[in-house]
Design a protein around this ligand. Structure first.
Ligand SMILES: Nc1ncnc2c1ncn2[C@@H]1O[C@H](COP(=O)(O)OP(=O)(O)OP(=O)(O)O)[C@@H](O)[C@H]1O
Ligand SMILES: [Mg+2]
Length: 263
């Protein structure tokens, strides 16, 4: 069992001598094997929520509980890639993998379209490529619970489409529980079995919706299109999202000091 329960979670941070509440009264049960997406405006507390589930943030009110009383094996892809700078991409993957995982690591580098980058150092890759390496590293560790913080942001649209399909296949094959933060509502609907939207200002749950639709999903289908409309309607008063990290191509073009690998 790799599901979990959040009970009456509230998170306050000290800000300019006052207290700022970013998440409020969050209670929900995530079933084992679910693929949950979390959407919400910037600063609402999505990353904070993942950090709480991972056990990296403990300064909150309320409880995170696990059916068997202990955390399962958790894999996390942070918003920033967090690769070890002096290790090659392959060694970054192998760092937290079981022994003998080399060929699987190379296969996962293929899966995230980083074939040929195994021996590169992180700084030789664009930010987007580093994010894909971090995703491969998390998948290689075979977590029971995978926490993904905007893993596919700023990919070009065709690559993002391929990686979404592969992430979906990974989930369907092993049924890890996945909680993924995204700003992309269509991505949330295409992939997840449940979408949770957090409300601006209050940090409360504004929408919690199961998506019991068959895969593959097309945004042209009426049920998908209707949910997309509902999310867009909910978000019409949200502050504009921050500029996403530059796309991989722009990043490469803009970075003049390093030889960057391109594929
Ligand atoms: N350790 C901390 N100390 C003080 N404030 C913090 C801390 N961590 C997060 N915050 C604040 O909590 C709020 C929520 O942050 P969080 O990173 O969870 O938002 P988010 O929803 O992930 O935003 P984004 O979509 O931009 O990634 C922000 O205002 C942030 O500044
Ligand atoms: Mg965040």
């Amino acid at each position: 069992m790799t599901g979990f329960r959040l009970e009456d979670i509230t998170r306050r941070f000290a800000a300019n001598g006052a207290q700022k509440t970013v998440l409020q009264d969050i209670s929900l049960t995530v079933e084992s094997g679910a693929f949950v997406t979390v959407v919400g405006p910037s600063g609402v507390g999505k990353t904070t929520l993942l950090r709480m589930i991972a056990g990296l943030d403990r300064g909150f009110e309320g409880r995170v509980t696990w059916p068997e009383g202990r955390r399962p094996k958790i894999g996390m892809v942070f918003q920033e890639p967090r690769l070890v700078p002096w290790l090659s991409i392959l060694d970054n993957l192998l760092l937290i993998a079981e022994p003998g995982a080399r060929s699987e690591a190379l296969a996962l580098l293929d899966l995230v379209e980083l074939q040929g980058c195994a021996d590169a150092l992180p700084r030789q890759l664009s930010g987007g490529m580093q994010r894909r390496a971090a995703l491969a590293r998390a998948l290689l560790a075979k977590p029971d619970l995978l926490l993904l913080d905007e893993p596919l942001i700023s990919l070009d649209s065709t690559r993002a489409e391929r990686l979404r399909a592969r992430l979906l296949a990974f989930w369907q094959a092993g049924k890890p529980t996945i909680v993924m933060v995204t700003h992309d509502f269509a991505e949330a609907i295409e992939l997840s079995s449940r979408v949770i939207a957090l409300a601006p200002e209050t940090g409360r749950i504004a929408l919690d919706r199961a998506i019991p639709l068959p895969y593959p999903r097309q945004m042209t289908d009426p049920a998908e299109a209707s949910l997309l409309g509902e999310l867009r309607d909910l978000a019409k008063d949200w502050p504009a999202p921050p500029p996403s990290p530059e796309s991989e191509g722009e990043e490469r073009a803009g970075n003049t000091g390093l030889r960057l690998l391109t594929i």
